[in-house]
Write a protein that binds this ligand. Structure first.
Ligand code: DP6
Length: 401
């Protein structure tokens, strides 16, 4: 035990997933503690396709806290990073009951943190949820914490608390002013619905006009629709969505996911001045999904959009090949045609002429950059293999090949 305390450098590495909400979080009742005006529900995506990796290290030789994001040094003083650090250290102190445990890592040591994504940040795929979930997981591991940590991840980014679990996850809004009951709960594990698949349609990438933090605050201040949504609509929908997930009812799940995405974007239009996250390409994809479902006579695909133009499509495994072909024909790739479909393998499909006639319209070349095929996945993972640490024995980022 005495040896552990004297060790020069202690390190822990974790990975964490991205999540996509099917009942959206939009609006805070407390901006400092990040307490939402309504509960939300999301699907955690598989880390084989989308993940953040974070290494946290502590040493008595470090002279200051430092942070590197995707290999570049970043501001460790960012209030949300500081909130997570402070909360993890507070829990570690509490756990030790004030007394100094010789085996425990000293809380006075400075820390180094390195974090990177296995997907391009520029693609506009929600990276802050995975980022803060991963930061909190790695710090918790470093300090040997084992308790519920979604409450801490929430302090980094609201949606990050849902990335602390795999599968289907609810963030319950809570009632208490101190936020101790505003946490994430797993509704069902990723194994619950093995046929469920996710297609991320990455549309040509301009940066989003208004970030979600600022956007949702303006919505809270100006949108009467948002108030109605939080008070009346979401409580009903949340209960329905949980039932659809329990029943593995794709029709119910998909319809409600689409309606909730649409209502979220309606609250953005109801915000004053209005906020627009959907683009013409987003609206093309929405219309395409509805034509496709109408042709089949039931809900085969469902879209959802966050604070940006990329579409996330839910479908069952037996629909993926056909719908991917529909997307390829609707938005023919202009560049990297070979890499148009990434992630899990997608079979080939030939579209029946009736489907072509009913679903396809004038193609829009290049509007979709690529499709990422993934599925629901597990929560944060510990990385055991020391060769995977993002920091070297000197506590600095390893040079990346
Ligand atoms: C549209 O969690 O990014 O993706 O709490 O201010 O960090 P902050 O906001 P953030 O908002 C996510 C909004 C959303 C919907 C959702 O994920 O539920």
């Amino acid at each position: 035990a005495a040896m552990a305390a004297e060790r020069a450098l202690t390190m822990a590495t974790c990975t964490a997933p991205v999540n996509i909400a099917v009942i959206k979080y939009w609006g805070k009742r407390d901006t400092d503690l990040i307490l939402p005006i309504n509960s939300s529900l999301s699907v955690t995506l598989h880390q084989d396709q989308l993940k953040t990796t974070t290494t946290a290290a502590a040493s008595r030789d470090f002279t200051e806290d430092r942070l590197w994001l995707n290999g570049k040094e970043a501001d460790v003083g960012h209030p949300r990073v500081q909130a997570c650090l402070r909360e993890v250290r507070r829990l570690a102190r509490k756990r030790r009951g004030g007394g100094e445990d010789a085996a425990a890592l000293s809380l006075s040591y400075k820390i180094h943190i390195a974090s990177e994504n296995n997907f391009p940040t520029a693609a506009g795929l929600a990276s802050s949820a995975a980022g803060y979930a991963c930061l909190v997981s790695a710090l918790a591991r470093l300090y040997g914490l084992e308790e519920e940590l979604s409450e801490v991840a929430r302090r980094g980014s609201g949606s990050a608390c849902r990335s602390m679990f795999g599968g289907f996850v609810q963030w319950q809004r809570g009632e208490r002013p101190d936020g101790t009951d505003s946490l994430a709960l797993q509704v069902a594990p990723e194994t619950h619905w093995p046929e469920l698949r996710v297609l991320v349609l990455v549309v040509s990438g301009e940066k989003k006009p208004v970030g979600s933090t600022a956007g949702m605050q303006t919505s809270v201040e100006t949108s009467p629709l948002l108030k109605h949504r939080a008070e009346v609509v979401v409580p009903e929908r949340l209960a329905q969505m949980m039932q659809h997930i329990r029943d593995r009812d794709f029709e119910g799940f998909g319809q409600l996911a689409m309606r909730d995405s649409n209502q979220f974007h309606a609250t953005c239009l109801d915000t004053f001045p209005p906020i627009f996250y959907l683009t013409d390409v987003s609206r093309h994809i929405i219309a395409l999904a509805h034509r496709y479902n109408a042709h089949h006579g039931h809900t085969k695909v469902a879209y959802t959009f966050d604070a940006g133009p990329n579409a996330v499509i839910f479908a069952l495994a037996d629909t993926v090949a056909e719908f991917v072909e529909v997307v390829r024909r609707s938005f023919p790739p202009t560049t990297n045609g070979d890499q148009f479909v990434r992630g899990l393998p997608v079979g080939s499909a030939v579209l029946p002429p009736e489907l072509e006639a009913a679903v396809l319209t004038e193609p829009v070349p290049g509007a979709v950059q690529y499709i990422l095929h993934t599925k629901p996945g597990p929560g944060p993972q510990l990385v055991d293999d020391p060769s995977q640490h993002l920091l070297g024995p000197d506590g600095l980022p390893r040079s990346r090949a």
